[in-house]
Design a binder for this molecule. Structure first.
Ligand code: GRF
Length: 209
């Protein structure tokens, strides 16, 4: 049984999908900590309601370096003997302090079909705006491993979502979010079942036996 930490900054609907999937036995793991950099984040309230332990260090006004901040998170996660980290709307770029420690053991979900519409500046509403501005016919959601780049790690799961005529960033975001809520638990199911390896920077999924 994997010991999972979820890092979230916002409303936490993806966290909710993971909590629900845990309840439903979709993956063989337990969310042992929910961490946020934003006091009062909806994600923390969802975790508390579910009885999952939480922790929060406000990043706003934090006086130390980013590395020190990540070292504090690392201390919490090591104290919980976490072996898998899920970023779920965590709005800070991580330093190598965390990324190296959880290499091949940290997942992120991104609301587009990476490698398109990923990287610096592509977060939140901006992703969907850019998809619409580019006149794309489809977008999607991507679960990927986290490496030292931004949205560049090996892709584990990806699902397409159509762009509809008259879509706004909000309507597209809502449609993509439904897909996110479906594929993130599936990705965890694969990882927790030991069916995922990274070979030469690419994800290899072992077929179900
Ligand atoms: C999601 O669209 C996720 O892909 C992105 O941030 C959003 C978080 O939403 N990284 P929520 O907090 O899970 O509702």
């Amino acid at each position: 049984m994997r010991r999972i930490a979820v890092l979230a900054s916002g409303g936490g609907s993806n966290l909710q999908a993971l909590l629900d999937a845990q309840e439903g036995g979709i993956f063989d793991g337990r969310i042992v900590r929910v961490f946020s950099n934003v006091p009062g984040a909806g994600a923390l309230a969802r975790a508390e309601k579910h009885g999952s332990p939480t922790a929060c260090i406000a990043s706003k006004g934090y006086s130390g370096s980013r590395e020190l901040y990540d070292a504090e998170i690392l201390g919490i996660l090591e104290g919980d003997a976490v072996d898998l980290v899920c970023l779920a709307g965590y709005m800070r770029i991580l330093t190598p302090v965390l990324v190296r420690r959880f290499r091949d053991r940290m997942l992120n979900i991104h609301p587009a079909l990476l490698p398109k519409f990923g990287g610096a500046g592509f977060h939140g509403r901006r992703v969907h705006e850019a998809v619409l501005e580019a006149g794309e016919k489809e977008s999607g959601a991507t679960v990927h491993f986290v490496d030292e780049g931004t949205d560049t790690g090996p892709i584990l799961l990806q699902e397409r979502v159509p762009v509809m005529p008259g879509d706004t960033p909000e309507t597209l975001a809502a449609r993509v979010l439904e897909t996110e809520h479906r594929i993130y638990p599936q990705a965890l199911r694969l990882v927790c079942a030991d069916r995922v390896r990274i070979v030469d920077g690419k994800v290899v999924i072992t077929p179900e036996v």
